[in-house]
Design a protein around this ligand. Sequence first.
Ligand code: CP
Length: 350
Amino acid sequence: MKPRHFLSPLDWSSEELVSLAQTALTYKACGRGRLLDAPDLSGQLMGLLFFNPSVRTRLSSEAAMARLGGQASALAAGTQTWQFEDREGVTMDEDTQEHVKELGPVLSQICDGIGIRKAEKMSGGSQAGQAGASWEELSKDRFLHALADNAQVPVVNLESNAFHPCQGLADMATLLELTGGKPQGKRYVLTWAWHPKALPVATPHSQLLAAADLGMRITVARPEGYGLCPEVMGAAAARCAARGGSLEESADPLGALDDAIVVCAKSWGRLDSYGLPVEQASPAADLRPDWRVDETKMARTANAHFMHCLPIRRNVIATDGVLDSERCAVVQQAGNRLWSAVSIFARLLG
Ligand code: CP
């Protein structure tokens, strides 16, 4: 039988994801003590492949396995591993040395679960000015799905081009905490923020879906041309409406904040700038003054909590005043990455 994977929030129902977030908070309540009603994963190994840098995702995954009695082993893919291939029928006489058709089954022999972070740069290669693949191409998350298709153990997406579902679950748990377990109908603003480089849409997609699955009243505030993927917006609107919430978009960075009880800031690039050279893909400098979260903006809200997935560039995405305020929830949000990982791994491996 095929294992159940955790690749996209859209593969899981709203009810399942809310249940996972609630379970995460149940585990959190156990603190450093024994995790009540958690499976014992002793003897189990989670193999982690990181193609991109990470602090929270890697450590929360390793800590989660330790809390469940198991272990995790992380490899920096590409530098500590062979170069992997996922194309069908390719003659591997260039840079790649190992095909996902061997990698998936082999990891499944050694590990009880696989975590993978693989997100391409929006502008492709490592050289400034180098062009990359289009959003249409990258959104398929080809390597992630090829690995999952060839694995006989659960695969967890630790951030791909399209989604960062572990971050989404941690945000959902945080929203449950911030609203006293009653998020439905409350106003959540996901606001775009200026950043010197174009960033991927995986995290805002997952954050949006998390608020939608909780039935919140959502506004996505972003400049013209910075709309998120239409398919994800459509799915979010449907999931939101099914749980009594709503979804709208606004290009007004200040007015969008009225009545908000949570402001979640995130920068992302234009979908039509994927694949462009770096300097063309980067957000225009004239967006910078209006699209930064500061104390004036937070004063427009209903005493909102501030969220961000981290890492955050201080005084670029949000001011010191916002980040140092008592309404700032970013550390709580990052801490919930651990409990969300515990909940996901317990569900998949337990
Ligand atoms: N938010 C997040 O995924 O953090 P890392 O990139 O440090 O893992």
